[in-house]
Design a protein around this ligand. Structure first.
Ligand SMILES: [Ca+2]
Ligand SMILES: [Ca+2]
Ligand SMILES: [Ca+2]
Length: 276
């Protein structure tokens, strides 16, 4: 019996050590949900224009391991793609391509939207937050010139400027030349700016529908970045920012390392019992 325990314990320890070497560091997120409770400054209410096209209801996050890579899945629930939002209002845009999808911004660690402190409902819903105040984003999943397609391939970039006001940030105002849209909101990054650094990590997006409605799903490879392990804040809107969603980082992420320690602990216990 003692011999069997020693063998099992050693095997378990060795197996887990092997796993530690092969498997990248990550913390799972299982259907973590952020309901849109963010107004943002620069326009009235939560949605400007047609709700069927521009309302964002929520975002659902999953983080998991696939083929030894850490994948982050962000599903933004909105009828934008399904109801003809892409390419709409061409005359209102500088490049005549109409309204397209924005990039997805992330802050590793904290989410810190600006609040004025005037006690108003507008302030409670971050109605004074724009690109120039609040959270500084340090990652962006960029769709670049494919953002007018319902699906495509993009890349994750690291934003090193330390602010959201430099040339690396493109605002709603950089795409929209007239009409009712939300002013002063960050909607995309310029990958040619020197403060925007390639991570070499690719991703994709595509539309979908489930029981909760229509969504756009972004699927990113985040292996080796803080986005694989940490809590994070995020920001997403269309080029017009007619609705913007931002959200809280997850706060109750389970600790997968505990399982590993348990296995190693059992191994040591079995080894000690084997010695006595
Ligand atoms: Ca909304
Ligand atoms: Ca802000
Ligand atoms: Ca909103």
């Amino acid at each position: 019996m003692k011999v069997i325990l020693v063998v099992l314990g050693t095997l378990a320890g060795a197996f887990y050590s092997g796993l530690l070497l092969a498997v990248p560091d990550f913390t799972p997120l299982n259907d973590y949900e952020v309901v849109d409770a963010y107004l943002g400054a620069g326009g009235p209410g939560d949605v400007i224009g047609n709700h069927a096209q521009f309302d964002i209801q929520k975002a659902v996050f999953n983080r998991y391991l696939q083929d030894d890579r850490v994948k982050l899945e962000v599903s933004v629930y909105t009828g934008f793609v399904a109801n003809g939002g892409i390419g709409s209002f061409r005359r209102y845009t500088y490049n005549d391509k109409g309204i397209g999808l924005g990039d997805v911004f992330f802050s590793s660690g904290s989410w810190d939207p600006y609040m004025k402190g005037d006690g108003s409902v507008k302030d409670e819903l971050f109605g004074y937050d724009n690109a120039a105040n609040g959270t500084v984003w340090d990652y962006a999943f960029a769709l670049s010139d494919k953002r007018w397609n319902p699906s495509g391939a993009g890349e994750l970039y690291e934003l090193t400027a330390g602010n959201n006001t430099g040339d690396h940030i493109l605002l709603s105002d950089d795409f929209m030349k007239m009409g009712g849209y939300r002013r002063g909101q960050e909607v995309a990054v310029d990958p040619t700016d020197e403060s925007v650094e390639s991570t070499g990590l690719a991703g994709s997006w595509h539309p979908g529908t489930d029981g909760d409605g229509d969504f756009i799903q972004f699927l990113l490879d985040v292996t080796g970045t803080e986005l694989a392990t940490d809590a994070f804040g995020f920001h997403f809107g269309f080029l017009c920012a007619n609705d913007v969603i931002e959200g809280d980082p997850p706060t109750d992420i389970p600790e997968p390392a505990l399982f590993g320690l348990m296995v190693i602990g059992l191994g040591i216990l079995a080894y000690r019992q084997g010695k006595t």
